[in-house]
Design a protein around this ligand. Structure first.
Ligand SMILES: [Zn+2]
Length: 109
């Protein structure tokens, strides 16, 4: 069996829990937005505490400035596609911050 340090073990468990929490948050977001946000905040706190990377896909659900849980479905954020800059402009409607997600050139074709 491969040796795993305590730190690695903690991270692996944290990664797993974050995945589960965000999945729950997404499911809850339509029924109970408040609870969904609490769940997402918990996931964020676990990630920062254990230094776990969320990955590009999961990061989309959090505002870059106020770190709140934003889903386009609930109109907490606005998504705009910019052809000129080849990016997605995401506006958080809680704090009004707009930030860009650059699309890698290879994916445009
Ligand atoms: Zn924000």
């Amino acid at each position: 069996m491969k040796f795993e340090s305590l730190k690695q073990k903690r991270r692996r468990i944290a990664q797993y829990q974050i995945g589960k929490l965000l999945e729950t948050a997404k499911q809850l977001s339509l029924k109970d937005p408040d609870l969904a946000e609490q769940t997402a905040t918990l996931a964020w706190r676990i990630a920062t505490r254990h230094n776990v990377r969320l990955g590009p896909y999961r990061l989309l659900f959090f505002c870059r400035k106020c770190k709140r849980f934003i889903l386009p479905l609930l109109q907490h954020s606005r998504y705009r596609f910019s052809r000129k800059r080849k990016s997605i402009n995401i506006t958080c409607l809680y704090c009004g911050k707009t930030y860009r997600k650059i699309i890698p050139k290879t994916k445009i074709g």
